[in-house]
Design a protein around this ligand. Structure first.
Ligand code: FAD
Length: 265
């Protein structure tokens, strides 16, 4: 365990792949141009023995507020079960005063129909706010950031691992292409940054949809589904029509009477 960057002297290159709370990044925040902000929604990350074959979502409205869960299988017999709620719901349930076990029990009861008798598995599953981490400068001196140390990716697009691995590949290629270390680090940033920025922007747009999900839940079912699918701006009507013609036909049929009744005679 590295307790101080002073332990990292005497190396040609230090690749800081030390995750969201990167010690290297925190030690030189000004030089990396680090920005950190938090989403307003609260989330708690659980596991469950209920098998979800694909990534799916459940939205639930209770007397005290609205919840959603992102669930997907990560091993033959275990799934991830991420519970999210807006700050108002979180306050009304008094989660700030609840223990981890009490919160888990509430989430199990809210999602009882989805869990079908399975329980949630906690791994220090505290309520958190998603941290948005970004760095304008990807290297400083002989230190370079990759993965979560460099940028966080919202769980609603689920690409954190892929991004981290692709960062490592891009860094290796850039260093192989340039003889000089500084030039290699510059190339890593100039080639990789626009690609990551595009994904992070899509992730932010997607996260903004979730920040308002209790509002979206007031929509009709088809409108809600349409709003969800198009949330990050990467899927437009033409693409959706090609991907899911039956869905779009139904959606457009339900929209038509609404548009007509809203138009002037
Ligand atoms: C509960 C959970 C579920 C997730 N599920 C998914 C998913 O399904 N799909 C997906 O794509 N992403 C998922 N993610 C996000 C994904 O885990 C991260 O984006 C990804 O692991 C980032 O990889 P990384 O190597 O940058 O950082 P990490 O995987 O966090 O690795 C950082 C490493 O650095 C080590 N380290 C940290 N500080 C020090 C230190 N001072 N000295 C020595 N070592 C140190 C840590 O021990 C760790 O091994 C999930 C995240 C969480 C928390």
């Amino acid at each position: 365990m590295i307790a101080s960057v002073d332990q990292l002297t005497g190396y040609d290159l230090i690749v800081a792949a030390d995750g969201l709370n990167s010690l290297v990044r925190r030690s030189f925040e000004g030089d990396f141009g680090t920005s950190l902000s938090y989403s307003a929604n609260k989330f708690a990350w659980y596991g469950t023995t209920k098998r979800f074959e694909t990534l799916s979502q459940t939205f639930v409205k209770t007397d005290l507020g609205s919840f959603n869960a992102h669930h997907y299988r990560y091993s033959p017999d275990m799934s991830t079960f991420l519970v999210e709620c807006d700050p108002a719901t979180w306050q009304r349930y008094g989660f700030a005063e609840k223990t981890i076990d009490e919160s888990k029990a509430i989430c199990e009861s809210v999602f009882a129909a989805t869990l079908e008798g399975h329980s949630l598995v906690s791994n220090k599953s505290m309520w958190r706010n998603f941290p948005w981490i970004w760095n304008e400068h990807w290297s400083f001196r002989n230190m370079v950031l990759i993965g979560d140390a460099l940028h966080s990716a919202h769980f609603s697009i689920g690409s954190g691992t892929r991004l981290a691995i692709e960062d490592a590949i891009a860094l290796t290629k850039a260093l192989e292409a340039e003889r000089d270390l500084s030039a290699g680090l510059r190339q890593y940033q100039s080639e990789r940054k626009p690609i990551v920025k595009k994904l992070v922007t899509a992730a932010r747009t997607s996260a903004e949809w979730y920040e308002k999900f209790p509002e979206h839940m007031k929509l009709g079912l088809l409108e809600f589904a349409y709003s969800y699918i198009t949330r990050s701006g990467r899927i437009d009507d033409a693409r959706l029509r090609a991907m899911s013609p039956a869905f779009m036909a139904r959606y457009e049929t339900t929209k038509r009477p609404l548009q007509q009744s809203g138009s002037k005679p």
